[in-house]
Write a protein that binds this ligand. Structure first.
Ligand SMILES: Cc1cc2nc3c(=O)[nH]c(=O)nc-3n(C[C@H](O)[C@H](O)[C@H](O)COP(=O)(O)OP(=O)(O)OC[C@H]3O[C@@H](n4cnc5c(N)ncnc54)[C@H](O)[C@@H]3O)c2cc1C
Length: 490
């Protein structure tokens, strides 16, 4: 009997994960990808001798990657190696305060106590609290579909409901953090995690303080060879399992009958299959590929997440005070978030994130130099004058780095590329250049992400950063696990 056929639209990390899982289930899998490279946002580029991870740089929950190799009966270490970072971050404030984001939570709490008004005990208690929130919510909100009633009939959900008061669902992240910490610097510190899914700490539910748990309690990691190794290793596994990739092939249309998807259309040609998995942005899927479907407006018209403005700078010097991940905080947190989410603009003193993989990955920069991925959070694209924002921000970012490091970095920039929301939209087909799909703008936002299956077409499934359970490398991989978990073995 010939194998059943599955088509995956998009070779982002979720599409790659789904292709591996479908191949393991016995499907004959073909992936159609608009770009001529795999990995989607999780990709890499070389610019004048400097290698840059072009999108994600913070990596938590490596088990979501390694389990793919185990599932395929392989030894993960033969494909993918990574190390736990210590310190995870160096933090810099304009008043000269420095905090070391040590991997050991006690040492991290001690660094906070030495440098701010908050005590070690306050920090450790907070970290225990976010760990507990994770224990109460992970099985209900992350590990399963939120859109299947049967998934609520279990002891984890009952436990979650009985402890609802403990998960801070009815306070914002900022309200919880203001109540917990005496020092505004620590409120700013923990509010920043809202931006990990492009949300605003003044509107995102306090439950999202759970993000801190994943990075601070469970640790952050760096793959050997940089972040690109995540997508490269999963791609290589997929190829080994017989998955067929078609690069440079944008899917233009999805043909349906009453209750089924029949085929995709690529460059005018129909491709039929038994099962279809979309890894693309659901907004574009419904608006462009599936206009004949019932449009899930409640989901598609939610406020979108923020975006990023990134300067990829090849720097002709190395800086001992910087580590792999670095944050230079804005002077005013209120002004920064109000500019992004209130005015769709960028303030003149934004929080700056600098990622330098060459600190650990030899060869990512020429001898004596460093590869700086320099990023600020920005609104998504609603037609702002991005040339003005880029020019102004570049000046402001350089001035702030110069104040912090006590040197002029501008003459040290040997290579440069820029990524902004317009380019993110164009490159990855992410609507409005929003990085994380819908943002968490209310208590119920988790329920307004698209399900991992179609209610209308029984052989259409969804994975990726714009659907349940959320956007990031681990959550996108989780979405693929949930989606393929609903598919029957063949
Ligand atoms: C600047 C930046 C920084 C980030 N930082 C982090 C971080 O530090 N940590 C973290 O965990 N996450 C981070 N993220 C988010 C992370 O990159 C995403 O959550 C994750 O990569 C999403 O993967 P995905 O497979 O869902 O989507 P994508 O990577 O967007 O993949 C979708 C794929 O579908 C393709 N496609 C779309 N439409 C079509 C079509 N019609 N036909 C064919 N192909 C199509 C696209 O070309 C793309 O390759 C960051 C993202 C960016 C941009």
């Amino acid at each position: 009997m010939s194998k059943k056929k599955a088509i995956v639209i998009g070779a982002g990390i979720a599409g790659l994960g789904a292709s591996v899982r479908l191949a393991v289930k016995g499907y004959d899998v073909s992936v159609y990808e608009k770009n001529d490279f795999f990995g989607g946002k999780l990709t890499s580029r070389n610019v004048n001798g400097f290698r840059f991870d072009y999108g994600p740089s913070i990596f938590t929950m490596p088990q979501n990657v390694t389990e793919l190799f185990e599932l395929a009966g392989k030894n993960p270490a033969d494909y993918f190696e990574y190390t736990r970072l210590d310190p995870i971050f160096h933090y810099f404030y304009e008043d000269g305060t420095r905090i070391k984001g040590c991997s050991d939570t006690t040492k991290f709490a001690e660094s906070v106590a030495e440098n701010t008004l908050d005590s070690k005990e306050t920090v450790l208690k907070y970290l225990d609290k976010v760990k507990e929130i994770n224990e109460l919510t992970e099985d209900v909100f992350i590990n399963r579909s939120l859109h299947k009633f049967k998934n609520f009939l279990n002891k984890e959900t009952v436990k979650g409901v009985l402890n609802f008061g403990k998960i801070d669902a009815f306070n914002t992240m900022n309200e919880v953090n203001e109540k917990t910490f005496d020092d505004p610097k620590m409120v700013q510190f923990f509010n920043r995690y809202a931006t990990y899914n492009g949300s605003n700490p003044y509107e995102a539910p306090g439950t999202l303080n759970v993000i801190q748990h994943y990075e601070i309690n469970r640790g952050a990691y760096l793959p050997k060879g940089g972040m690109q190794q995540i997508s490269r290793s999963v791609y290589e596994l997929a190829v080994e399992l017989g998955v067929e990739f078609h690069f440079g092939k944008k899917v233009d249309k999805i043909e349906t009958s009453k209750s089924k998807v029949e085929a995709i259309v690529v460059e005018g040609e129909r491709r039929e299959a038994d099962l279809f998995m979309s890894n693309m942005d659901v907004y574009y899927l419904y608006n462009q590929l599936l206009p004949q479907a019932k449009r899930p407006s409640k989901v598609l018209d939610q406020p979108k997440s923020g975006s990023a403005l990134v300067f990829y700078w090849g720097i002709n010097k190395s800086f001992d005070e910087l580590t792999v991940h670095n944050i230079l905080f804005a002077k005013s947190m209120e002004e920064e978030y109000e500019a992004i989410f209130g005015q769709n603009n960028v303030c003149n003193d934004p929080t700056i994130y600098i990622n330098i993989t060459s600190k650990k990955c030899q060869g990512d920069a020429p001898e004596g130099g460093e590869n700086w991925f320099t990023m600020i959070n920005v609104p998504n694209n609603v037609g702002q004058d991005w040339d003005e924002i880029i020019a102004r921000s570049r000046k402001n970012i350089i001035a702030k780095i110069n104040r912090t490091l006590g040197t002029d970095i501008e003459p040290l920039i040997m290579a440069e590329e820029v990524m902004d929301p317009g380019r993110i939209d164009e490159r990855y087909l992410s609507a409005f250049g929003s990085i994380y799909g819908n943002r968490f703008s209310s208590n119920f936002s988790a329920f307004f992400r698209h399900p991992n299956f179609s209610k209308e077409f029984k052989n259409l499934y969804f994975c990726g950063g714009t659907v349940h359970p959320g956007s990031s490398i681990p959550l996108s991989l989780k979405s693929a696990e949930i989606a393929v978990g609903m598919v029957k073995n063949v």
